[in-house]
Design a protein around this ligand. Structure first.
Ligand SMILES: NC(=O)c1ccc[n+]([C@@H]2O[C@H](COP(=O)([O-])OP(=O)(O)OC[C@H]3O[C@@H](n4cnc5c(N)ncnc54)[C@H](OP(=O)(O)O)[C@@H]3O)[C@@H](O)[C@H]2O)c1
Length: 234
């Protein structure tokens, strides 16, 4: 399978590339702004699985004007795409009263606008049966517990959840499945920023195994769904 993963430089995305690189039939394009992390990621994958096919792609998702060129470039690398994981995410932990326009745009650009326009730019590349997996948050699910300081982040993940439902409907004709995994707490830099001092129940490697399996097998059971992947109650 040809797989594109954003936010692959650290945290969940980094571990997800490693999980999917295990299968030598997979060719993964790993996108991050951080070229050094991507180099380390490729080296780790090759060390674990000498036949792993991982192509690093250094790119800042905020450069929306370049999306059409990314699509062209990715086409030369993998030709077609079977799985796109919109995993990159931005969290700014600030009280609502202090969240300014720049903070709001930074958050929505990475969490909503990037999945929207990257998926759009890659449309011609998707094979029939392709799966778009949006990495959402339990905080972006209606009725879940919310936390101070995360208004922009939670609202952006809520938008991503609804985008998922809308795209599943609109892309069904092209036989593209779209789902959203609404993750609970995972021990990453982002989690530490959101909840300083707290300890998450999951680590990135654990959750990456679940996400990796969902990327491949999810379309057999889900389409247009926002699936909570959280151990918190309620
Ligand atoms: N950790 C949790 O508890 C939790 C809970 C719910 C949902 N999530 C979601 O899970 C996903 C992964 O988060 P994480 O916890 O692994 O966070 P993380 O460790 O902070 O990693 C975030 C990733 O997003 C990438 N990113 C951010 N802005 C970018 C941009 N402008 N261009 C390209 N890449 C950009 C970062 O890339 P660079 O390598 O370039 O910095 C990094 O690889 C996010 O969507 C997050 O919202 C996480």
């Amino acid at each position: 399978m040809n797989i594109i993963i954003t936010g692959a430089g650290k945290g969940i995305g980094f571990e997800l590339v490693k999980v999917l690189a295990k299968h030598k039939q997979n060719h993964i394009v790993a996108i991050s702004r951080n070229g050094k992390s991507l180099k380390e990621l490729v080296a780790e994958c090759i060390k674990l699985y000498p036949e792993a096919k991982v192509t690093p792609y250094e790119f800042d998702l905020n450069q929306f004007e370049f999306y059409p060129f990314i699509a062209q470039r990715l086409e030369t690398i993998i030709h077609k795409c079977d799985v796109l994981v919109n995993n990159a995410g931005k969290l700014i932990n600030k009280p609502f009263g202090k969240t300014d326009l720049v903070n709001f745009d930074d958050t929505f650009n990475v969490n909503v606008k990037a999945p929207f326009f990257l998926t759009q730019a890659l449309l011609p590349m998707f094979n029939k049966g392709a799966h778009v997996v949006n990495i959402g948050s339990i905080g972006g699910v209606q009725g879940s517990r919310k936390f101070p300081g995360l208004a922009a982040y939670s609202a952006s993940k809520g938008a991503l959840a609804i985008l998922t439902e809308a795209l599943a409907e609109e892309l069904a004709e092209q036989e593209i499945t779209v789902n959203c995994l609404a993750l609970g707490a995972v021990q990453t830099e982002m989690f530490a920023k959101a909840f300083p001092g707290a300890k998450a129940l999951q680590n990135p490697a654990q959750i990456a195994h679940f996400i990796g399996d969902f990327c491949i097998n999810g379309p057999k059971y889900f389409n247009g769904k926002v699936v909570p992947v959280s151990m918190s109650v309620p």
